[in-house]
Design a protein around this ligand. Sequence first.
Ligand code: PLP
Length: 458
Amino acid sequence: MSTPPLASGPQGADALRSLLPVVLDALDTGTRARGGPLPAGGPEAVAARLRDAIGDVLPDDGEPDSLAALVHALAAGSADPADPLCAAHLHCPPLAVATAADLAVSALNPSLDSWDQAPAASELETLVTGAIARLAGLTDALVTTGGTEANQLALLLAREAHGGSVRLVCGANAHHSLTRAAWLLGLPQPVIVPTPTGRLDPATLTAALPDGPTLVAATAGTTDAGLIDPLPDIAALCRDRGARLHIDAAYGGGLLFSDRHRNKLTGLDAAHTVTLDLHKLGWQPVAAGLLAVRDPADLRALHQHADYLNADDDTDAGLPDLLGRSLRTTRRPDVLKIAVTLKTLGRHGLGALVDQVCQRARELAALITDHPHLELHSPPTISTVLFRPTHATDKTVAEIRRRLLTDGRAVLGRARLDGRLWLKATLLNPHTSPHDLAALLKTLEGHQEAHTKGHPRT
Ligand SMILES: Cc1ncc(COP(=O)(O)O)c(C=O)c1O
């Protein structure tokens, strides 16, 4: 085999040009072969098909058709968030323009741990993070791999500002990555405030606040229900009690783009740190998280010195020192796809997508309310709709969800709220139509019937 071509350099574009049709055709044939929101047959069948497609992972001699074969196999075996019936998680269908931009990042392969590996990308990141931080009413932002890393950084910055005895106080509705970060960082056992309504109640929070340094974490867009904690009240309470405030807006942060919905985030700018995540309500390919901060001085805690990356004399001579912008070292410029998306669509374009999915969620809620055999949990705040078949047991709800998955018909999530198990539809696809919503409920009806009769529909 001759030396394989590179993705960048003078021949890079030509090499990619000849491979891209292979990838695109395989995406197409794989998606058609799947023929639905996820592969049918359940985990064993899907794994067996993938094993058959890949064969020997490390053959002695290379197999030139592997690009086509593996991309086809991955597409055929994917849960596709671009299918309107794939609506379980905060797992968005990425915009084509963002994905195309990401290809350029893979080709150029800049690394944001030193200026000499990413001269333009480092400036782009500075510009974009500044703009996004200002959109949230804060001053600076770091790019992360998602909400989990952003939440971890928020706790780390709180620990560095207030010492290792700082205690996390959050609702039971908060994302698990917060308490996990407290564990990881060796912080005291967090105080978990019960949230029977799905939102953090300020009075209950007040009563739960411990003495000593405290980090309150509120959520703007809960994972299970898309609910937004009462941010202004919580912010006022934190101010009065001298507590630091983090707001996890991994989901709800996307509302900032929408003139219609951004008022739901009033109070966000009072936080010391805010988690944002554009691979949820931002239509980015993974990864596209951010941690916005109010006081840029907080970021000094992340400063790191490594002579090969940010030698003092290089920094004195004017080379930007990037190492302290992340806990990672080698770091891909996820900021390019974000920048391309912001500029291509503009705030109004992104806001229109947000408005669209929120509107679809309200329409789905209305269909469920009018349905004789379905019960709606509550009107949606963002784009999550919780519902369940009327009179079904929790066991039946769970089985219906699994059967839909196994048959490859629909991907719905599950959430336990008010002591009951609910089906969850998280609408993040701006192309989903009212007709698709009706189709989703029809698919569910078919499976409910099959469940009642005790046999699966195939
Ligand atoms: C509220 C919230 N915060 C944080 C996260 C974690 O984000 P990621 O999966 O991008 O790490 C999630 C994920 O769903 C979330 O819903």
